[in-house]
Design a protein around this ligand. Structure first.
Ligand SMILES: NC(=O)c1ccc[n+]([C@@H]2O[C@H](COP(=O)([O-])OP(=O)(O)OC[C@H]3O[C@@H](n4cnc5c(N)ncnc54)[C@H](O)[C@@H]3O)[C@@H](O)[C@H]2O)c1
Length: 270
């Protein structure tokens, strides 16, 4: 897809990867709607990129529909919808099952239902127009596992499954689905500010920084390339493909390896 003059709505556009993506899209000539729970941040980014600021909570279907309608009346028909908003809370004190329901629900609502609401509104529109692109920013955690983040991991696996279902079902409708699965990226989620400066040295990466922490700008460029080249899977850390292959080859062996890796991380922290 050619992004020059394309209309693109980015959720979670106020910070981190979404913010970097809004900048990269505007540079590529796209007209950008910057949507975020943090409306102040969305407004700031929209000012920087000459875009349209939108307040939305992706867990509320009526917010998602209103954001789409507002974007289409102000900027034109949406060519690309980027479902990027995300949250992470960490496990509870007793490990993988111990996080409160509130955190489980929020992860599933933001990472899964946010994309379901977007697709429910966008697929019929895109079908009528003969196509479009839906980008789902999941995580390597959705293919593998983020140690210390059971709710995050499970909800990102759900996001991956939903992206696959969308791509398989609606490819013939001309709808391109782009699934983005990075490991660690320098954003607020991993203890950095929006300029990529470390803020919280104690913030755990759960081992997902083993292959290095990428900048949000680099990940944004990978996403742009994925959209333009009409690829399904975008892996900003290419090593993830190898890990995913090893997991598929021998799941039991992979679990044993991940247990040893977790022990190694725990050792590093004591
Ligand atoms: N940072 C990483 O290491 C990393 C790695 C893999 C995947 N991801 C994913 O990338 C995406 C972007 O995260 P980021 O790293 O830029 O973090 P971030 O915290 O900098 O940005 C997340 C954005 O989502 C917004 N948001 C949260 N809940 C929302 C809601 N209900 N409705 C609307 N907006 C909401 C926040 O206000 C924020 O602007 C997330 O889906 C995250 O899971 C991040």
């Amino acid at each position: 897809m050619d992004l020059n003059h394309a209309v693109v709505l980015v959720t979670g556009g106020g910070h981190g990867i979404g913010r970097a993506l809004c900048h990269a899209l505007a540079t590529a000539g796209a007209r950008v709607a910057v949507a975020d729970l943090d409306f102040e941040a969305a407004t700031q980014v929209a000012l920087e990129v000459g875009g349209l600021p939108l307040a939305l909570d992706v867990t509320r279907e009526q917010d998602v529909i209103a954001a789409i309608e507002h974007t289409e009346s102000e900027l034109g028909l949406i060519d690309v919808y980027v479902s990027n908003a995300g949250v992470a809370f960490g496990d509870g004190p007793d490990g993988a099952a111990s996080a409160p329901d509130e955190h489980w629900r929020r992860c599933l609502d933001v990472h899964l239902m946010g994309s379901v609401y977007a697709a429910r509104a966008m697929v019929p529109r895109m079908k009528v127009r003969g196509g479009g692109c839906i980008v789902i920013v999941a995580s390597a955690a959705g293919l593998l596992c983020q140690i210390g983040e059971a709710a995050y991991t499970a909800s990102k696996h759900a996001a991956v499954g939903f992206a696959e279902s969308l791509a398989i079902t609606h490819g013939e409708d001309g709808i391109q689905v782009c699934l983005v699965c990075p490991q660690a990226v320098a954003t607020r989620m991993t203890g950095f500010d929006d300029d990529g400066q470390a803020q919280d040295a104690d913030q755990g990466f759960g081992g997902n920084d083993v292959d290095g922490i990428l900048s949000a700008d680099y990940v944004a460029d990978c996403i742009l390339a994925g959209i333009e080249e009409e690829r399904f899977l975008v892996l900003p850390h290419p090593q993830v493909a190898t890990y995913f292959q090893r997991k598929a080859d021998d799941h039991d062996r992979w679990i044993s390896g991940m247990r040893r890796f977790r022990q190694h991380l725990l050792g590093d922290r004591t």
